[in-house]
Design a protein. Structure first.
Length: 570
């Protein structure tokens, strides 16, 4: 990029599970000159729940629009206050990323059904958040049909279709609320809907959909002509085959634009009309770009859940990795395979224990973290499985639950807290080993997200259990930053952006100097615990011959005694 007398800027927006974040970024050096966060006001921490069904998780589309307006206005005000070079006229583009699969039912005018008075209080008319698991039966049936008739569908999603994904949720809506379903014209992923709203798109068919959400969540691939074919959908349910005609025929990667900022939104936010809006994508996929992803690196965004992303060259053979939930061409960077895996709950597990079981708060998290830090690996005699919200990978089974083994009458809250952290780290190692067994080379691990930034105990445990150095993205808004990087490429060099992602990443992304190295003594101590984790993992999670669990408790007691003797002797 040619030297500029004054920098240009892009805006990245990240629609998360509990809030929307927006960041204004200097395209020359990646400095974040304005950051705003808007907590969704509806439901419990922004999530609409049903006490009678723990699998239900929805969000209000009005929260998204309110959050869009407020964060854009706030970030622009902060940017003007923080950077004398900034002015709204120098904003070259907007990028959007969001959770997924989080589809919204919309009408012919691209308005959410929830905005109609008769559906306003109907949870099925809201956005179906990624963590909604009400459609487990539909996901199972899709998997069974595909195994028999379309095995190629499952090769790209780890061998089974998930209740977290598009078609499961759409089909479940049709089954439980046929009247509402008949009023729905189309369904749009949140990551695609927000760019379409900013661009003033009034028809779902006119939305430029991203390959990211479509490929990873909606059975879309150029290899089989786009979306799952009508014959397959007809066999599932004729209503799904009929819906297919009202969805989309093609998708776009991160190098493309979704549209340009319309007059209404430009006037409301104080931005120039016509600013390019990048194609939307799933949060962690653009977060991987914001963390500087390249071949042989793994980006872990650790938050309420955890999502892992890697990329592989298109010139290599298409990876087929059992239990890994997504391998999609150009879903992260153009002309690269995007590989996605993850855990259905990480921070949510800690929040469940602290807030629901211990009836605590943020101070309780801090207290338990400090107490847990004094424990040695194995000292508590506990081991847990990280399946409190099912297993996303490598078992890909939402019908699994959490497990804690080894507690006694003397077990403390801090010991349980540490065991839960260790469980998520063991789950992370299972995914890492599965990726490498499938031929994906991983030379470095980059972590992002609030937990990675703030919880040093967790990061050290992850380093010890995986045996890898862990680096941290320097941005506290890595997903939003990634969206801003994509917006800079969408804008191009004529508008102060870039013509390729490698150059944009070099200029706009960086890693923190802090790095977590594995403690070799702890790494050795964790190995027998990991073997027990794998025993429990396979015994409870795989549909094969049951393994004997008769030695698990006794081995945990032995490791507990060994760790306590070793700790006392020091």
């Amino acid at each position: 990029m040619e030297e500029q007398s004054s920098p240009n800027y892009t805006i990245g927006m990240d629609f998360g599970s509990n809030s929307v974040r927006a960041v204004v970024v200097n395209t020359q050096n990646g400095s974040e000159v304005g950051v705003a966060v808007y907590d969704y006001p509806s439901g419990e921490k922004g999530i609409l729940l049903d006490p009678s069904d723990h699998n239900l998780a929805r969000q209000s589309p009005s929260d998204y629009l309110g959050g869009t307006l407020e964060t854009l206005k706030q970030t622009l005000q902060l940017a003007q206050a923080n950077d004398p070079d900034f002015s709204p006229e120098r904003v070259a583009g907007i990028g959007v990323t969001a959770t997924g699969s989080s589809p919204l039912p919309v009408d012919k005018e691209n308005r959410p059904l929830a905005f109609r008075e008769q559906f306003a209080k109907n949870p099925n008319a809201q956005c179906w958040l990624w963590k909604d698991h009400t459609s487990t039966m539909e996901a199972h049936r899709i998997t069974e049909f595909a195994k028999k008739d379309r095995p190629q569908f499952l090769e790209r999603c780890g061998g089974s279709y998930s209740s977290e994904w598009f078609w499961s949720k759409v089909w479940h809506c049709a089954n439980v609320d046929p009247d509402l379903f008949s009023a729905i014209h189309s369904w749009v992923e949140l990551a695609d809907w927000i760019p379409s709203v900013l661009a003033g798109v009034r028809s779902p068919e006119a939305i430029r959909r991203g390959i990211c959400a479509a490929g990873h969540k909606a059975l879309y691939s150029a290899d089989w002509g786009g979306l799952a074919d009508k014959e397959f959908l007809e066999r599932l349910d004729p209503r799904l085959a009929d819906l297919r005609d009202r969805l989309f025929e093609r998708t776009y990667d991160a190098s493309q634009c979704a549209g340009r900022l319309c007059q209404d939104w430009a006037d409301s936010c104080g931005l120039p009309t016509g600013i390019p809006i990048a194609i939307g994508a799933l949060d962690v996929h653009y977060g991987a770009i914001g963390a500087g992803i390249s071949e042989c690196s793994l980006v872990k965004v650790i938050g309420t859940s955890s999502c892992d992303c890697a990329i592989a060259n298109l010139e290599s053979e298409t990876p087929v990795i059992s239990g890994i939930c997504g391998i999609v061409e150009s879903s992260i960077l153009p002309r690269m395979y995007g590989i996605e895996a993850g855990q259905s709950a990480v921070g949510d597990i800690f929040a469940w224990f602290v807030e629901r079981v211990c009836k605590g708060n943020a101070d309780t998290h801090a207290k338990l973290t400090e107490e847990a830090s004094s424990l040695k690996p194995g000292q508590s005699g506990l081991i847990a499985l990280d399946w409190n919200n099912g297993n996303r990978n490598v078992l890909a089974d939402p019908l699994l639950t959490g497990l804690l083994v080894g507690q006694t009458l003397h077990t403390t809250q801090a010991e349980i807290y540490r065991a839960l952290i260790e469980a998520t780290a063991f789950g992370a190692r299972m995914i890492l080993e599965q990726l490498e067994s499938g031929g994906v080379t991983i030379d470095r691990i980059i972590c992002a997200g609030g937990i990675a930034e703030r919880n040093q105990l967790l990061m050290q445990i992850y380093a010890d259990i995986t045996g890898r150095e862990l680096r941290i993205s320097s941005s506290s808004q890595t997903c939003a930053l990634g969206a801003a990087v994509v917006a800079a490429v969408c804008a191009g060099t004529r508008k102060g952006g870039y013509d390729d992602f490698e150059t944009a990443q070099q200029a706009m992304t960086s890693l923190s100097e802090e790095a977590y190295q594995p403690n070799r003594e702890n790494q050795a101590a964790y190995q027998p615990l990991f073997e027990i984790f794998k025993t429990l993992h396979d015994a409870f999670g795989r549909n094969n011959e049951p393994q004997s669990l008769g030695t698990v408790m006794k081995t945990l007691l032995e490791l507990k005694q060994r760790a306590r003797v070793h700790s006392t002797s020091k």
